[in-house]
Ligand binder design. Structure first.
Ligand SMILES: Nc1ncnc2c1ncn2[C@@H]1O[C@H](COP(=O)(O)OP(=O)(O)O)[C@@H](O)[C@H]1O
Ligand SMILES: [Mg+2]
Length: 208
């Protein structure tokens, strides 16, 4: 009897201490879904991603042709401080490297990869150590070679200028980056939402 009396508070305590952590991880591992309403919107998301990256991340991009994968990578490059105009789909060269930014960026397009042997010949896995950020279009074709901890981003057509974008993390490092990204992104979208009104206020002030 005494032992059951001792056990009960322990169970309660452990439930109390574990619950917040469980809730925290449950919210952070949930995919983050958003809708981009324009090319610029996707670009802005990419820029925030580029600003929060810490180095060594793998960003796996999924989605059909024209979904905006390259557009997003262009934003990421800009956020890293590299020139966005340098970024184009690496159609014949599978991997393009960019060194002008805060961190090196490898932009990979696996669209044309057909076999595991072709995948191996790209040398992709050599990018997964060190500080290089690796952004991979058509990542589904290279799943076997990808690091376990990665940021996954799936883009899909919704309407002519509208895309769904779903982001998730598959490991603790990516999870941290994604949490930071969500905070930073909500700050920039607040600024973005407020600025047109501010612009109108400014216009009204200068007119009166
Ligand atoms: N909301 C949007 N986000 C991204 N691209 C968009 C959006 N709306 C229209 N677009 C257009 O869709 C095309 C996306 O092309 P791209 O980024 O090369 O796609 P992918 O690399 O997925 O094949 C571009 O022409 C871009 O201007
Ligand atoms: Mg592309």
């Amino acid at each position: 009897m005494r032992s059951s009396g001792l056990k009960r508070p322990n169970v309660t305590r452990s439930a109390k201490t574990k619950q917040p952590a469980a809730r925290r991880s449950a919210t952070s591992i949930l995919p983050w879904k958003l809708v981009s309403t324009s090319h610029q919107h996707t670009d802005r998301l990419g820029q925030v991603i580029g600003r929060v990256l810490r180095g060594g991340e793998t960003i796996a991009l999924y989605g059909p042709l024209g979904a905006g994968k390259t557009a997003l990578v262009r934003g990421i490059a800009q956020g890293l401080g590299a020139s966005p105009t340098a970024i184009s789909s690496p159609t014949f060269v599978v991997i393009h490297e960019y060194y002008q930014g805060r961190l090196p960026l490898a932009h990979v397009d696996l669209y044309r990869i057909r076999t595991p042997r072709e995948l191996e010949s790209t040398g992709l896995i050599e990018y997964f150590s060190g500080q290089t950020v690796t952004a991979i279009e058509w990542a589904d074709k290279g799943l076997a070679a990808l690091p376990q901890d990665r940021i996954e981003i799936t883009l899909n057509h919704r309407a002519a200028r509208s895309r769904t974008i779903q982001l998730s993390a598959t490991g603790p490092k990516s999870d941290e980056v994604l949490s930071h990204l969500r905070k930073q992104y909500s700050k920039t979208s607040r600024v973005h939402r407020v600025s047109p009104r501010r612009a109108l206020d400014r216009e009204a002030t200068t007119r009166s």
